[in-house]
Structures are given as structure tokens and as C-alpha cells.
Design a protein around this ligand. Structure first.
Ligand SMILES: C[S@@+](CC[C@H](N)C(=O)[O-])C[C@H]1O[C@@H](n2cnc3c(N)ncnc32)[C@H](O)[C@@H]1O
Length: 251
């Protein structure tokens, strides 16, 4: 009899504990139901052909990861010596072809996004596009100024031409593209080199599987061409022309 009473009391106690904890968690359950998507790195453009890589706990973690490589003194030595002579002629050929297609002129004001030590800027200047500048997280004067491509340090409608082979480094692809469309003049041209058939390097922040996400992101521009290239591990060149008369603001 005594044992039966004890079991009944224990059961009542457990039931009470359960009801109290359920009551206390009700506000949290309501909050979760009201705001189910509140994650710090929720990215609205992620879809099946453009995937943001997981693992960045904050924007600082992402920037630090990029800087770890870009600031490496041993690599910087290689980029400014052996790679300098190897890569500039290749970039120069790409840009000459863009001139032949009337997408770039000697009078163009040009920006290279994610230019590191500025090999592509040097190539543009060598082929006669003298008003050319690079931008990267780490400056490399006089060719490259400091800037984050998610928030370019330039006014609206500044450039006639923007080139980048670092789309895969964008944690926020929609901002990467919106900033290009903002800083390009109306009718300005953007040329991207991207990797579609192989994965880019371990410092990439996204993976692209077709050009469709780019076409959707460049929603104030027209697609000019898509062609195969052999650009240091990047296999596809995509060119866009910004629509005339479009007004842009920072996102
Ligand atoms: C693969 S390297 C390309 C360098 C150069 N374009 C070339 O072909 O030699 C990627 C570059 O993007 C830069 N980068 C990464 N995230 C960036 C950001 N948010 N804003 C500006 N540059 C960034 C890195 O610092 C690095 O120099």
C-alpha cells in the first residue's frame, strides 16, 4: 500500500514537472513559429545551381579566411614574380578579345574586382586601357585599392567596364552583382570568369553549377555572351551589359 502511494506521488510529481516546463517553453515555441528563418547567414539567392558553402559563423570569419591567403608573404612573393610574367599575357589576350568584340575600349574606365596584386590591371594598362584600377581586401598600390566587393567604395555610375574572376569568393552573390550594377555606368559592361565544370578553390564561398543564377542576379542587365575560356582554372566567360538609364542604390 505504502509502495503504491509512493509510485502515485512520483508520477504526479513528474507530470507536474512536465506541465511546468511545457508552460515555461510556450513563449519560445511561439517565437520559433513566428520567426522560423532567423539565421545569421540565411542567403536568399541560394538555389540548386548556386550554393553558398556552409561553415562561416560570422562575416569576420569569412573575411579572415580570405585574408589568410591574400596576406601570405610567401604567396605574395610568387604572385609578384613568377606568376606576374606568366599570367599578365594571358589576361592581356582575354582583354584584346573583348576589345575586338567592342565590349572594351582604350577610353574605358575599368575596374578589376578581387584583383589581388593587380595582374589583370597591369594587363589592361599594357593593352592601352590606361584608366584601369583594381580593388581587393588588401591594397597593392598603385594598381589595387582597398575595398570589399560586397560594398564597393565607389559612386554610382562610375565605370564603363568591370572584370572579375572571383565571383566564387562572394558570400553574398546578390550583393556582389548589385554593387557591380550600381557602379557601372548605364550601358557599361561586366565580364566574369567563373568555374562551372569544376569546383573552385577551398577559399571559395559559393559553388556555381550553371549561368542561370547569374542571369537572374544581373536583373538590370542583358546577357551579351557566354563562351568557354581557359582562365587559371575558370572555364566560362559571361558578359553582361547594364541597361541604359537604370537608377541604382546600395542594397
Ligand atoms: C583567387 S584570388 C584572385 C586574384 C586575382 N584576380 C588573380 O586572378 O590573380 C581571390 C581574390 O579575391 C579577394 N577577395 C575575397 N573576398 C573579397 C571581398 N569580399 N572583397 C574584395 N576582394 C575579395 C581575395 O583577397 C583574393 O585576392
Amino acid at each position: 500500500m505504502h509502495a503504491v502511494m509512493k509510485i502515485t506521488l512520483t508520477k504526479t510529481f513528474i507530470l507536474r514537472c512536465f506541465l511546468v516546463s511545457l508552460f515555461l517553453s510556450l513563449p519560445f515555441i511561439f517565437l520559433y513559429l513566428l520567426f522560423p528563418q532567423q539565421q545569421p547567414f540565411h542567403n536568399p539567392v541560394t538555389n540548386k545551381d548556386l550554393r553558398i558553402r556552409p561553415g562561416y559563423s560570422s562575416y569576420e570569419t569569412y573575411i579572415q579566411r580570405q585574408l589568410n591567403k591574400t596576406l601570405n608573404p610567401r604567396l605574395r612573393k610568387i604572385w609578384t614574380t613568377r606568376d606576374w610574367d606568366r599570367k599578365i599575357p594571358v589576361f592581356a589576350r582575354f582583354f584584346e578579345e573583348l576589345k575586338e568584340r567592342k565590349l572594351l575600349q582604350n577610353t574605358s574606365k575599368a575596374l578589376c574586382i578581387g584583383a589581388r596584386v593587380g595582374q589583370e590591371v597591369e594587363a589592361l594598362r599594357r593593352i592601352g586601357v590606361l584608366d584601369s584600377l583594381g580593388m581587393d581586401l588588401v591594397p597593392y598600390p598603385p594598381l589595387v585599392v582597398k575595398g570589399d566587393f560586397h560594398n564597393q567604395p565607389f559612386n554610382n555610375d562610375t565605370f564603363d567596364f568591370e572584370f572579375s574572376n572571383v565571383f566564387d569568393h562572394a558570400l553574398y552573390p546578390e550583393r556582389f552583382v548589385a554593387e557591380i550594377e550600381r557602379t557601372l555606368k548605364p550601358e557599361g559592361v561586366c565580364v566574369l570568369h567563373v568555374a562551372l565544370s569544376r569546383r573552385a578553390d577551398k577559399y571559395s564561398a559559393n559553388d556555381l553549377y550553371s549561368i542561370q543564377p547569374l542571369v537572374e542576379l544581373f536583373n538590370h542587365s542583358a546577357l551579351v555572351h557566354v563562351r568557354s575560356v581557359d582562365g587559371f582554372g575558370l572555364d566560362t566567360e559571361v558578359a553582361f551589359r547594364k541597361n541604359g538609364g537604370t537608377r541604382h542604390h546600395r542594397l
